[in-house]
Design a binder for this molecule. Structure first.
Ligand code: TXA
Ligand code: MG
Length: 398
């Protein structure tokens, strides 16, 4: 089963007004227990019927996902998701009413019949209503709740375009629905609503400020909630997003963050900390390294480096370009919404151009910027993150 090969049928639809006739075969397959990759407003998901153990098991196999990392269950509406949870506390219901469909996932107490595989044995389940016409049509047509992680091999950058999914899963899944690029480009905000205060398990495009304003409560970070549990201020089984401890979003290249002080990364094997950028780049180039820079046009202009534009419409195919420095701009000025939309795409494009080193622009760590910086820091692999435990090897992909 593990290395099973099959043809992947790619269904092209209009992302804003999908033709249901085109979606139907994938919806039927999904309801029958097959895997279907589909676009959401955040990233592409790899879906399976959430109540079908075998289908869910296949997600873990195909992704190479560690079994202790639970899945988010998607529904077209609250009525689909409500039976999966024990109860929806009033503030959780308020968030769902105000922000769903949207890039928000709530962790709630699970109902008994939700498979342990989905929840990784936790007594909670994560639920979300995606705000994407294709995802909503597919979910309605399939008529089941759908467990769906991001549609990437474990440890790789999340997919925000159909070719990213094919790069990781061609001939490994039966269906991919291509609805164009994803609007947000980063995964949903995950909020644990089982305690007295909301706990932000993963920052996303729904910001902390929005959650605090709507609930009238302060939020806790995962680390704060864990610290409280240790000091006995909260119940012992403090929430954690098990997935957050793994290395994520990693291209083949080593990723460095460009900030006011220069280039930095915690990757022990490629120290560059503190060096002025030009000197650092010169050193890398003379060592024969190919470099990719992801930043705003304004920042690229300021840096004034002799780079070749990588081109936004790359399909991810490797080029023989002789350049040893590529640049990729996400927009005119430093700004988190546009940078977030393009980050994962940029990591894959620069990888496919053969870059050994990717330097990505750091942004202020607040609002949507904190979601962007959270992903970027993980891509840069701080030493305290475990390897993803996946079965992804370079030799297995193109
Ligand atoms: O935007 C998204 O959320 C995308 C699209 C496809 O919906 N999905 C996604 O799924 O990002 P995934 O599996 O890549 O990330 C799910 C995250 C992981 O960090 C996981 O540990 C956490 O949600 N999670 C899932 N169930 C949980 C639970 N019961 N308790 C705590 N964390 C949970
Ligand atoms: Mg993921």
């Amino acid at each position: 089963m593990m290395g099973r090969q099959m043809q992947t049928t790619v269904i092209q639809v209009d992302g804003s007004h999908p033709d249901e006739q085109l979606l139907l075969p994938a919806a039927v397959a999904l309801a029958r227990g097959d895997l279907v990759a589909f676009p959401t407003e955040t990233v592409y998901g790899l879906g399976a019927d959430a109540l079908n153990n075998q289908a869910v098991a296949r997600i873990f196999q195909v992704k190479g996902r560690p079994p202790d990392n639970p899945l988010i269950v998607h529904g077209a509406d609250l009525a689909t998701l409500e039976p999966l949870v024990r109860q929806i506390p009033p503030l959780a219901r308020l968030l769902l009413e105000k922000l769903s469909p949207g890039p928000l996932t709530l962790v709630l107490r699970r109902a008994a019949h939700v498979p342990d595989l989905v929840t990784a044995g936790l007594d909670t389940v994560a639920v979300r209503i995606p705000d994407h016409p294709v995802a909503l049509s597919l979910l309605r047509l399939a008529g089941v709740a759908v467990a769906a992680p991001s549609a990437n091999r474990s440890g790789r950058p999340s997919p925000t375009q159909a070719w990213h999914v094919l790069q990781d899963f061609r001939e490994r899944i039966p269906y991919l629905i291509d609805g164009g690029p994803c609007r947000y480009g980063l995964e949903s905000t995950v909020v644990d609503m089982t305690g007295e205060q909301p706990v932000i398990l993963r920052p996303g495009s729904v910001t902390v400020a929005t959650i605090e304003q709507l609930t009238g409560l302060g939020t806790l970070t995962d680390a704060e909630a864990a610290a409280r549990a240790r000091t006995g201020l909260e119940r012992q089984n403090a929430p954690r997003a098990p997935g957050m401890k793994y290395r994520h979003y990693a291209p083949r290249a080593a990723v460095f963050i460009l900030d006011a002080e220069g280039v930095s990364a915690a990757t022990p094997s490629c120290r560059g900390s503190g060096q002025p950028l030009a000197a650092q780049i010169a050193a890398w180039q003379s060592a024969g390294r190919r470099i990719g820079i992801f930043a705003s046009e304004a920042t690229l202009q300021q840096l004034c480096l002799p780079c070749q534009e990588a081109g936004k419409d790359s399909t991810g195919s490797r080029t023989d370009a002789a350049a040893d420095c590529f640049s990729l701009a996400y927009g005119p000025c430093p700004e988190a919404v546009q940078a977030s939309r393009m980050l994962f795409d940029a990591l894959r494009i620069l990888d496919s151009l053969g870059c050994d080193i990717i330097i990505a622009e750091g942004l202020p760590d607040d609002g949507i910027g904190s979601a962007y910086m959270n992903r970027l820091k993980k891509a840069a692999c701080p030493a305290d993150l475990q390897p993803s435990g996946d079965d992804y090897h370079e030799s297995e992909t193109e």
